[in-house]
Design a protein. Structure first.
Ligand code: BGC
Length: 774
């Protein structure tokens, strides 16, 4: 754990330069706009420890699988988000000396992420040879207004000397991924050109053939009038730059405004990439840095209106939650159904930038409540578009008749995870995809989604489950063998309660959806039935039979659902009995020891109780919580949020808050010592859930919003905005009351502890809840 980020409600601040923290800060201060992302690498040369990262959404490389022993059915490759051409690079040379924070003395270093306006600022004084002091101020952002672009303003002031300075703004495609399996470079050069003030590289990925054109254009100005300078275009392998030589006098400030564009063949035909890139550069160049930044701040203001959480009385908590919301909004904007949310977003290489079940299980609630419905709908359509591949994936594993198994990890619909116990066995991910459809419809009321897209996905998934179970003569029940549940510290188990539960629910929901579409859109139903070759008279009764006779392991003795068959055979010790020196288990214990132990990585049975809470009474949820939580090591960042929400539901405010604290500043304080690999983007959505679903107890039931709030003792109040069915509602939780303020025109009925409050458009309602709270 680190504690070097200064607390501020709207800013992330680092003061002083510590090279050991640099990779962590590169992650924390990352920028993105849903289309491209950029770690907080330095513009000028840096020869110290760094993880370079410029990422272009949707552009990946299929890196050939590397495993010890090949197993039939393994995916051929692991898809990786690519470190793409570097557009920030701006070399600085003072006389013969290269500006490099690794080789000079750095003073007054300050890095600030301005979350309100959406830009990064860095300033420092470099002490160079002979005591020369050079002051640097850089500002940059990835534009959320024009999402293929970014801009940098980079200023230099020699404080006690005058000199000839060479400034070399560049685009550099000679980059690599640190996680490359075979130490290859993934990009080939297709085209490059440099001119005065301009550089362009067009790069093509090996194997996948994605092309990305990265260009830059820049201006030079001085605070002492028009500067005189010489300029020289430069090209090299995968490199285009324009070198400026300028004489800068003591105290004079020279500023380079560098405008960059990243255009990908995903959005343009290859042959126009260069010309479109130049047009884009001209457009932003003529707009200018200040105007672009103003527009950026205005666009962020709107994002904050939709998604901010305001916490009064605890600045560290405020900073933590805003940081999470900021990063989520930087990662996914919902404009393009081909894109999704990688567990590390655009902030590192780990997890390959690929899509996991995290999206459906953890991110969907955030985007549902803070963005228009189309944003989440696009996340669902992403999976719809991958249905064919999911059917192929299942077919490869021996399933038939349109059964669909969605991948655990994917870029394009193909499975690319390559640990057998996950690839073949962590099949519960299929359930989360169906659950997200249900959740989306519950929240938005958009039932038409079923006829348009959802039904086909649900049927494919239900078909898979119906073939994945088998009848046990011994149990006289359907069982599901050889699976890995959400708790990846168990593999190849039989009858994982969560998987059996969600599988059975999926089949029931598919039947319900079929019946609904048949009633609501009979023609479309006929069309779909024939498209899917669906045999109503065979398949529906078969699914019903399975769900009516599914086996769910339970323990009468403990009154709990059993995570899997045989769970009680394990030595029943608790996390509190573990030696701290053994934590985290995944770094200290052999894998077999983990598998044999009782310890749970993340919510498993409890994940099911969270998803399907309405089916279970509070006593059941409590018994399971009290049984499983003490056995859970929470070694996935996705774990604490579910526990926080359940603790809140059970009225255990203290534990709800303690669990929340584990994720709220997970990356800012580098709790798990892994922030340098990138930020935990998907668990950030979980943190949001802990506040809104946990502390505020928000649920959607029967087309209405319900709250069962409490205020953590450390806070004076908290409030947030919710988009719900054309209403924008601000909900403010005080110690004993809720203020519901309807910021839209549409009237809305809101329930607080089960009591209905009508909130007319534009009006505010004050609900004293202290008296109903039990
Ligand atoms: C978790 C998975 C998750 C993945 C990516 C793993 O550590 O166990 O549930 O999907 O990380 O976030």
């Amino acid at each position: 754990m680190k504690n070097y980020i200064k607390v501020d409600e709207w800013k992330i601040i680092e003061e002083g330069f510590d090279p050991h923290l640099n990779k962590i800060s590169e992650s924390i201060f990352s920028l993105g706009n849903g289309r491209m992302g950029q770690r907080a690498n330095f513009e000028e040369t840096y020869t110290g420890e760094s993880l370079q990262g410029n990422y272009v959404a949707g552009v990946y490389y299929p890196d050939k699988t590397r495993v010890g022993w090949w197993k039939n059915g393994y995916p051929e490759y692991f898809a990786k988000v690519l470190n793409a051409a570097n557009w920030i690079e701006t070399g600085i040379r003072i006389g013969e000396e290269i500006l490099d924070l690794n080789s000079c003395t750095v003073r007054e270093f300050r890095r600030v992420l301005h979350m309100k306006e959406g830009y990064l600022e860095r300033s420092f004084v470099a002490e160079l040879s002979g005591g020369k002091q050079l002051k640097v101020l850089s500002k940059r952002f990835c534009s959320i207004v024009d999402d293929e672009t970014g801009a940098i303003s980079y200023s230099l002031t020699p404080m006690n000397f005058s000199a000839g300075i060479k400034i070399t703004p560049a685009v550099n495609g000679d980059v690599k991924n640190q996680d490359s399996n075979y130490d290859e470079k993934f990009w080939d050069e297709v085209h490059k050109e440099a001119d005065d003030h301009l550089g362009i590289v067009l790069m093509r990925t090996k194997k996948t053939g994605f092309e990305v054109c990265t260009g830059m254009k820049f201006s030079i100005s001085s605070d002492r009038g028009e500067p005189e300078y010489q300029i020289r275009p430069l090209t090299g392998e995968k490199y285009a730059a324009s070198e400026v030589t300028v004489h800068v006098s003591e105290g004079e400030t020279i500023t380079v405004c560098k405008y960059a564009a990243n255009l990908s063949s995903e959005n343009y035909p290859s042959e126009v990439l260069v010309s479109e890139c130049k047009k884009t550069l001209d457009r932003i160049y003529s707009k200018g840095f200040d105007k672009m930044l103003q527009e950026q701040a205005a666009a962020w203001e709107l994002k904050w209106q939709e998604s901010d959480i305001v916490i009064e009385g605890d600045a560290a908590a405020q900073q933590g939650i805003r940081f999470n919301i900021f990063q989520l909004n930087q990662t996914y904007t919902g404009e393009d159904a081909r894109l999704n949310i990688g567990p590390k977003g655009f902030t590192g290489e780990k997890y390959g930038g690929s899509t996991y079940w995290d999206t459906e299980a953890y991110c969907v609630p955030f985007y549902l409540a803070t963005a228009p419905p189309e944003v989440t709908r696009n996340l669902l359509i992403y999976r719809y578009k991958h249905l064919e591949k999911a059917i192929e994936n299942a077919a490869k594993l021996g399933f038939k008749n349109g059964a669909a198994l969605y991948p655990m990890v994917t870029m394009n619909g193909e499975e690319c995870h390559n640990e057998w116990e996950i690839t073949f066995e962590e099949i519960h991910r299929n359930g989360a995809i169906a659950y997200a459809i249900w959740n989306y419809i519950r929240y938005t009321g958009d039932k038409d989604y079923l006829a348009a897209y959802g039904l086909e996905v649900l049927v494919g998934i239900a078909r898979f489950w119906s073939q994945r179970v088998n009848w046990s003569e011994e149990k006289h029940k359907y069982v599901m063998l050889g699976v890995t549940g959400p708790n990846e510290y168990e593999n190849n188990v039989n009858n994982n309660w969560y998987t059996n539960t969600i599988a059975s629910w999926c089949m029931d929901y598919a039947v319900e959806a079929l019946e609904y579409v048949k009633r609501a859109s009979p023609e479309r139903y006929e069309e779909l039935i024939s498209k899917m070759a669906f045999d109503e008279s065979e398949e529906i009764p078969a699914w019903r039979h399975i769900t009516a006779n599914m086996y769910f392991p339970e323990s009468a003795e403990y009154g709990v659902f059993l995570q899997q068959d045989g769970f009680l055979d394990k030595e029943q010790v608790l996390v509190k009995d573990l030696d701290q020196a053994d934590r985290p288990l995944n770094q200290k214990w052999s894998w077999d020891r983990i598998l044999r132990s009782v310890f749970i990585k993340q919510a498993d049975v409890l994940q099911g109780l969270y998803f399907f809470e309405d089916r279970y009474d509070e006593a059941t949820i409590r018994r399971n919580f009290d049984f499983y939580e003490p056995r859970t090591v929470h070694e996935s960042s996705l774990s604490p949020c579910v526990h926080s929400i359940l603790a809140a539901k059970l009225g255990d405010e203290k534990r709800a808050y303690d669990f929340y604290l584990r994720t709220s500043r997970l990356d800012l304080d580098d709790y798990n010592n892994d922030t340098e690999d990138g930020l935990h983007i998907t668990s950030m959505a979980g943190t949001w859930m802990s506040v809104v679903e946990g502390f505020a107890g928000m649920r959607v039931k029967n087309d209405a919003l319900h709250f069962r709030p409490f205020l953590p003792g450390q806070w004076t109040s908290f409030s947030f905005n919710i988009l719900f069915r054309e209403s924008i509602l601000n909900v403010k939780i005080n110690r004993d009351s809720v203020v519901l303020s309807n910021q839209s025109k549409k009237n809305v009925t809101v329930y607080v502890f089960g009591n209905a409050f009508e909130v007319a458009g534009g009006k505010e309602v004050f609900a004293e809840y202290g008296k109903y709270q039990v």
